[in-house]
Design a protein around this ligand. Structure first.
Ligand SMILES: Cc1cc2nc3c(=O)[nH]c(=O)nc-3n(C[C@H](O)[C@H](O)[C@H](O)COP(=O)(O)O)c2cc1C
Length: 370
């Protein structure tokens, strides 16, 4: 980011409902609104951004078979995950620094997510404190995503705060022990224009004017099954391991006490030339064998994608970039509009695929393209 950007970061501020045709359009609109360094940080991925592209392309490798005479009307998208009833199988993914997209930061996202009625994932790299985010959540459910410190006492302090804030699960993001090779950020010399109150205790600064590389380097690199065990024992909460792409790692995480598996490649932001996340989902579901729920993300842009993920072994999906573009364009109302869009789109796909409810989607087979 240039010196100019460092001084004033002019995040969008409008609050309005959005009429969404598709979320690709939202990204184009947001590009004209969010300052370049912030937009590239959100939209960008690592290396050649091949994996980011494959996250969407890989959905095309399987098709949904239209079903007729299916006796279906008003499909029901409601479901349950780790004890929470949610109106649709969609939750908010943990994302750092929402303040890049809108001046209301994570508070705006939290308000939109809670207005829709689903679960907010709070990133350890949030640009707002737990207390600030609560103003948007207003008591609605939240999971806390931890990036661990190298210092276990600080990890305990963070977990104590997350529990006091009312987190009902801990997400351990395990695929980001270093920053991916984010070329757009390097070109823009991007640094965060504000601090990260939850993790500033283990950084050399507040997070403000620091690069992602620097922040990741100060977090813990050597993550092992012992860390999952520690989080389970210390927090007493369900622990979800996020960033699983290999079936073997799903088994290791479950062996260490994970209560759920989060299949994700971080939106293509970490290891480039990894497969599209959807490509790995069936193999992971095959070894998990429904022992624990599976959350899926990376590339969800349409109702068809949600349907395909659920038909391939996921229980719910998480929305990442599209929610931030909704936040940029319409604040909390924009976020709610994005979640409403996904629910409406999924409902249409369910009707045309002859599936009455979420369990029905999970029993549906996709067509393997020859
Ligand atoms: C701007 C941005 C920041 C992110 N920050 C985090 C984070 O702090 N913690 C985390 O676990 N994942 C983070 N992610 C990854 C998301 O949780 C999710 O895996 C990803 O957005 C899915 O890809 P998609 O948005 O392209 O569908 C981030 C993603 C983006 C786009």
């Amino acid at each position: 980011m240039s010196e100019n950007h460092k001084k004033v970061y002019a995040a969008p501020s409008k609050i309005q409902d959005l009429a969404i045709i598709n979320v690709f359009d939202l990204e184009k609109e947001a590009a004209g609104l969010i300052p370049k360094g912030g937009f590239d940080y959100i939209s960008g991925a690592s290396g050649e951004e091949y994996t980011k592209k494959m996250n969407i392309t890989s959905f095309k490798h399987k098709s949904i078979i239209p079903r007729v005479l299916a006796n279906v009307e008003k499909p029901d998208t409601a479901t349950t995950i780790l004890g929470h009833d949610i109106p649709a199988p969609i939750i908010m993914a943990p994302i750092a620094a929402h303040g890049l997209a809108h001046e209301t930061k994570e508070v705006g996202t939290a308000k939109g997510v809670s207005a829709f009625g689903t679960i907010m994932s709070i990133s350890a790299y949030s640009g707002a404190s737990f207390a600030e985010i609560e103003a948007g959540l207003n008591g609605s459910p939240r999971w806390f995503q931890i990036y661990m410190s190298k210092d276990d006492q600080l990890n305990k302090d963070i977990l104590d705060e997350a529990k006091a804030d009312g987190a009902t699960a801990i997400i351990l993001t395990a695929d980001a022990t270093l920053s991916g090779n984010r070329e757009r950020d390097m070109r823009n010399q991007f640094v965060y224009p504000f601090g990260m109150p939850i993790v500033s205790r283990y950084l050399t600064g507040s997070g403000k004017d620091m690069s992602l590389n620097n922040i990741y380097a100060q977090s813990k690199q050597k993550i092992s099954p012992k860390d999952v065990e520690f989080l389970v024992d210390y927090s007493g909460l369900p622990v979800i391991v996020k960033g699983i792409q290999a079936p073997e790692d799903a088994l290791i995480a479950i062996g260490a006490g994970a209560s759920a598996i989060w299949v994700s490649n971080h939106g293509g932001r970490q290891l480039d030339e990894a497969p599209g996340s959807f490509e790995m989902l069936p193999e992971i579901a095959a070894v998990v064998q429904k022992r624990v729920p599976i959350i899926f993300d990376s590339g969800i842009r349409r109702g068809e994608h949600i349907f395909k993920a659920l038909a391939s072994g996921a229980d719910i999906v998480a929305i990442g970039r599209p929610a931030l573009f909704g936040l940029a364009l319409g604040g909390w109302k924009g976020v709610r509009s994005v979640f409403d869009y996904f629910q409406t789109d999924l409902t249409r796909v369910m009707q045309l695929a002859g599936t009455q409810d979420i369990e029905h989607i999970k029993r549906t087979s996709l067509h393997e393209q020859k």
